[in-house]
Design a protein around this ligand. Structure first.
Ligand SMILES: CC(C)(COP(=O)(O)OP(=O)(O)OC[C@H]1O[C@@H](n2cnc3c(N)ncnc32)[C@H](O)[C@@H]1OP(=O)(O)O)[C@@H](O)C(=O)NCCC(=O)NCCS
Length: 257
């Protein structure tokens, strides 16, 4: 096996627990709604994206059918998990989302026609064993945000508002990185999409391992699952936040001086 294949196989093994919990929800939704398991997995897991097939909202990529067909033919949860881990291992690595501009752990999508900018977070700073949101790393995160908003101000004059949506907005460790007005704007959307990381990310710790207490709380909620509102089974409900971009320019300008 080539070295890159070995690395990919190891990555797939690290994802096993994360995939397992997602397949649990898919199986429960499939059971309660009478759906094929592949269809449920497409709508309530982020597997389509983790397989590098992009966003599934416009319909599944052709390769998904190969995954889903075999998934549905397997008898046990263990076999389905093995198949999922193996399918991931055989896929090329996921490409970074098109058009996103990255600064360390943060990235943004350039302004849309209304000047709305969407920001994202991904863990890219834990090789030292310390989580990226630890208070010791707040200066590093603020420096990334400061650079990001300096770039936005310089290169994207049409930017008007900043929007985010994630489970992370429940955490003080995340809120303290943003202007108070943005953190104070947090609200709880009625419906959530489960095809990305905005809810699923809460299962992972900074080592990429599944957090056992979060998994247990989620499993406990599956018994009473409302299959039309499966996001309610997540211990933390993803929140949205929004504020004018000037608040960010002021806030990081002050943080810099
Ligand atoms: C974000 C991420 C690195 C956090 O992992 P972690 O191991 O909890 O990281 P940290 O050690 O930096 O902890 C962050 C803080 O959040 C708190 N926290 C994390 N998960 C929590 C939870 N489920 N409930 C309450 N607090 C939580 C921790 O206690 C810590 O707070 P403290 O510093 O005040 O004690 C990890 O979940 C991850 O990589 N997720 C995937 C990426 C993601 O979700 N992106 C969002 C896309 S929209």
């Amino acid at each position: 096996m080539a070295e890159s294949d070995l690395g990919r196989a190891a990555d797939a093994e690290r994802m096993r627990g994360y995939f397992a919990v997602q397949l649990l929800l898919a199986a429960r939704v499939a059971e309660l709604r009478g759906l094929p398991l592949g269809d449920a997995a497409l709508s309530v897991t982020n597997l389509h994206r983790r397989f590098g097939l992009g966003r599934p909202e416009q319909g599944a990529a052709p390769a998904w059918a190969d995954y889903a067909e075999r998934l549905q033919g397997l008898a046990s949860a263990e076999q389905r998990l093995d198949w999922t881990v193996g399918f991931f291992a055989a896929r090329p690595p996921e490409a970074p989302p098109e058009g996103h501009v990255r600064f360390g752990c943060f990235s943004f999508e350039p302004p849309d026609a209304d000047g709305a900018v969407r920001i994202h977070f991904n863990n890219r700073d834990s090789a030292d064993g310390i989580g990226p949101l630890a208070s010791a790393k707040r200066p590093a995160r603020l420096a990334e945000l400061s650079d990001m908003f300096a770039c936005l101000r310089r290169d994207y004059p049409s930017a008007r508002t900043v929007n985010g949506g994630s489970w992370l907005y429940n955490l003080d460790a995340y809120q303290r990185l943003f202007p108070p007005e943005y953190a104070a704007s947090r609200s709880r959307p009625e419906r959530l999409r489960l095809t990305g990381t905005s809810s699923w990310g809460q299962f992972l710790d900074h080592r990429g391992e599944v957090k056992a207490p979060v998994r247990q709380a989620f499993i406990d909620n599956l018994d009473g699952l409302d299959p039309l509102a499966p996001w309610r089974a997540f211990p933390l409900h993803a929140l949205t936040a929004r504020a004018p971009v000037e608040r960010f320019y002021d806030f990081y300008g002050r943080e810099r001086s």
